[in-house]
Design a binder for this molecule. Structure first.
Ligand SMILES: Nc1nc2c(ncn2[C@@H]2O[C@H](COP(=O)(O)OP(=O)(O)O)[C@@H](O)[C@H]2O)c(=O)[nH]1
Ligand SMILES: [Mg+2]
Length: 306
């Protein structure tokens, strides 16, 4: 007889488990299920089933690792991606959870996260892909994602962590933001001192608490900083007589109307008969412009096709 488990953490973990697409991901949620399974005698069967499943999954993951097919080689990079890098227990999983829809395991145990975790962070109609990679000092640390990402969040709890991380990071053109976490443990005087030091070294930094319930967690400021780091612009599109699109398109700065049309559909710009524009790059709302017109952040473009 299957028993009913009411623990919300268990229910969520089971749901995540069902939706997980790789054995690595499944294993993460299965472990969470096990830790929230009923401890009483009635749950014995269930616990046993879960443990058997865990052993199978662990074998699968082992095999996959040996064959070199690591699970997250296949992370599809979105338009805007940032990677959280830090030492174990610095609050990487907490930060991912606070900023995105992901529900990674959070624990004061060391090295709980052994696979990269992905979450999506909503930001004014756009989505930023945020990835937690396993602790930088662990074997599971994934350099390949760090290599190709747009922005690296250096998550630290004390100044010494910064040097430690920097020494291990590959040289890449990615923007870097120093995220000083657990600042709820610091008093104002300590913060002022740290702030002065980081400023003198010209770091782009922010003090946060990765626990949204805490006052002065500064998470909104961090979101802004992440978004600003991407060097992109948002462009809304519309059809004649209709409202503008809810979600903006993410474009490189100085993109033209033609770039937008081609991103919608290859060859689309050939079909465009007339373009109108509203917003920062327009002289007036509804101005007619050509395909070479250079756009600005938050412009609205209307395409009339043949
Ligand atoms: N007080 C406080 N505790 C935090 C903060 N961020 C994380 N923690 C705690 O630090 C521990 C490690 O967090 P976790 O997110 O699992 O760290 P990770 O190993 O870097 O992924 C957990 O017990 C968290 O609750 C914070 O801003 N303030
Ligand atoms: Mg973690």
């Amino acid at each position: 007889m299957p028993i009913n488990v009411n623990d919300p953490e268990y229910v969520q973990a089971e749901k995540d488990y069902m939706e997980a697409s790789s054995p690595e991901e499944k294993l993460i949620y299965l472990k969470k299920m096990i830790s929230h399974a009923p401890k009483h005698k009635g749950g014995e069967n269930l616990r046993q089933q879960l443990t058997t499943r865990r052993k199978k999954l662990e074998l699968q993951v082992e095999k996959k690792k040996k064959s070199g097919k690591s699970s997250f080689k296949g992370i599809k990079k979105e338009d805007m991606q940032a990677v959280i890098v830090g030492r174990t227990n610095s609050g990487k999983s907490s930060l991912l959870k606070a900023l995105t829809n992901a529900s990674p395991m959070i624990s004061s145990n060391k090295f709980t996260t052994t696979e990269s975790q992905i979450g999506m962070m909503p930001y004014f109609g756009t989505q930023v892909q945020l990835i937690e990679v396993p602790a930088i000092e662990s074997e599971s640390f994934d350099r390949s994602i760090v290599h190709t990402t747009d922005t690296i969040l250096l998550l630290i709890n004390k100044l010494e962590d910064l040097k430690f991380i920097e020494e291990k990071l590959p040289k890449t053109p990615a923007k870097r933001i120093v995220v000083f976490n657990k600042t709820d443990y610091l008093d104002e005087k300590e913060k002022r001192k740290l702030s002065a030091t980081l400023q003198s070294k010209k770091y782009n930094f922010v003090f946060v608490s990765a626990i949204p319930e805490l006052p002065k967690n500064n998470l909104e400021e961090l979101k802004n900083k992440i978004f600003e780091s991407f060097n992109i612009m948002r462009v809304f599109t519309k059809e004649p007589g209709k409202e503008k699109s809810k979600k903006p398109m993410i474009m490189k700065p100085h993109s033209t109307v033609q770039d937008v049309a081609e991103k919608i559909l290859k060859g689309y710009s050939k079909k465009v008969k007339e373009t109108k524009i509203w917003g920062p790059s327009s002289k007036f709302g509804g101005q007619k412009i050509g395909l070479n017109h250079v756009l600005k952040d938050l412009d609205v473009v209307e395409f009339k096709t043949k």
